[in-house]
Design a protein. Structure first.
Length: 195
């Protein structure tokens, strides 16, 4: 279940991670290697370190975590390293068999002659523009009607917590600022569907 809430940026700012692609590599005794790509769709994964935080920030994260039942409900995640579609980096692809002329938003990653299309399901309302008309569903990245093209703007990643427990550790008790807490690891993983 998708709540539509955004993990606060002050929590996600210190994230480490990026796209992960599943593959296997097997080497023969002669050193010949064979590789198989298990999934051609990268899944973005992050570890957020939330250390040295005061009571207000800790309570905000705990409330967000509790209301999302750990990984039970999904949310919007602002990926500080990959959140924008610049001119020439976006496109819409028609959804085959859709009864109402629907178009899915994609971000294009190009290197030389190679091109990868990443489906964007959580564009940010008011921060994405395109030409050709149509109506955007900001919870799916689907435009209905028109002939949309040339998208430019910002998007969130559709994500969930990839843990069942929020592990906290007391660092210090400051007489003026209160309890200072470290949360060394908050794993977050991308969800590939609109949910």
């Amino acid at each position: 279940m998708f709540t539509g809430e955004i993990l606060p940026k002050n929590i996600s700012i210190d994230a480490e991670g990026g796209p992960a692609i599943d593959f296997t590599a097997v080497a023969s005794n002669a050193g010949v290697e064979s590789r198989t790509v298990i999934s051609e769709l990268p899944r973005f994964e992050y570890e957020v370190a939330f250390n040295g935080r005061l009571k207000r920030e800790r309570k905000e994260l705990m409330s967000f975590f509790m209301n999302h039942f750990a990984g039970g409900k999904s949310f919007r995640y602002f990926d500080h390293l990959d959140y924008e579609i610049l001119a020439g980096e976006g496109t819409f692809i028609g959804i085959a068999g859709s009864p109402s002329d629907d178009w899915q938003l994609y971000k294009i990653y190009t290197f030389g002659a190679l091109t990868f299309y990443r489906m964007i399901t959580k564009p940010i309302e008011g921060e994405l523009s395109w030409t050709g008309g149509g109506t955007m569903d900001y919870d799916t990245g689907i435009v209905t009607g028109g002939t949309p093209s040339a998208p430019v703007g910002h998007f969130h990643m559709h994500a969930r917590f990839n843990t069942r427990q929020l592990i906290m550790r007391m660092r210090d008790k400051n007489n003026t600022r209160g309890l200072i807490v470290d949360i060394p690891s908050i794993p977050i993983v991308e969800i590939k569907t609109a949910d």
